[in-house]
Design a protein. Structure first.
Length: 210
């Protein structure tokens, strides 16, 4: 059954006014991989639902498309923790470096210049880990941590500005594949008083891609 998009251009009051003269029926509608049960009215052959119902089913998320208002998601999904936007763009094993290489993106979502070290990061790279299918975890080595500090953690970013860099996790081979990435940001490490969410850590499930 077609749900007319004309509802988006009508006031809720007008729709409710028509609804009094119509019989209200519940319909099932599949939208964005969700099946919704919505109350509807039929006016001149067109089926309408209230904007209030749609807003409740699909809460508005700040920050643009493909971003969630939480700090957990999949590879290539932009995450948001109140102060920062972050995603793992891709990852691959480098036989030359004998390491897993993760291309990551960090963007300043506040209205002032900031860097991660004063706005959520618990250290200078110690809070960044990679979990493998075996359950083993990898940390940044000394050289990789220094690179992360320069290119990511201590990078001063203007409002809306971002940086893309590579994180390197030494590994013996590509047999034990990465499954999860964690940047354990926390609101407790926030001397800059950034608007961090209560749970500010970024958790990325590397077995799925958006």
């Amino acid at each position: 059954m077609k749900v007319s998009r004309a509802i988006l251009g009508l006031g809720c009051a007008a729709i409710l006014g028509v609804a009094f003269a119509q019989s209200i029926k519940q319909i099932s509608v599949a939208l964005s991989d969700k099946t919704l049960k919505l109350n509807s009215v039929v006016v001149k052959g067109e089926t309408y639902v209230s904007l209030t119902q749609l807003k409740a089913a699909f809460p508005v998320v700040k920050g643009g498309a493909n971003q969630v208002a939480a700090s957990t998601g999949c590879s290539n999904q932009m995450l948001f923790n109140g102060a920062w936007r972050f995603r793992v763009q891709k990852f691959a094993f480098s036989a030359e470096k004998t390491a897993w290489l993760l291309t990551v993106e960090l963007r300043n979502a506040t209205n002032r210049s900031a860097h991660a070290y004063n706005s959520g990061a618990q250290g200078l790279g110690e809070d960044i880990t990679l979990t493998l299918a075996s359950g083993n975890t990898l940390n940044l080595g000394n050289a990789a941590m220094l690179q992360a500090q320069d290119n990511l953690i201590l990078k001063d970013l203007a409002p809306g500005a971002g940086v893309v860099t590579t994180l390197e996790f030494a590994a013996d081979s590509d047999v034990d594949k990465p499954t999860k990435f964690l940047w354990a940001m926390t609101a407790a490490s926030n001397s800059d008083k950034a608007p961090l969410a209560k749970d500010a850590a970024f958790r990325v499930d590397l077995t799925c891609t958006k």
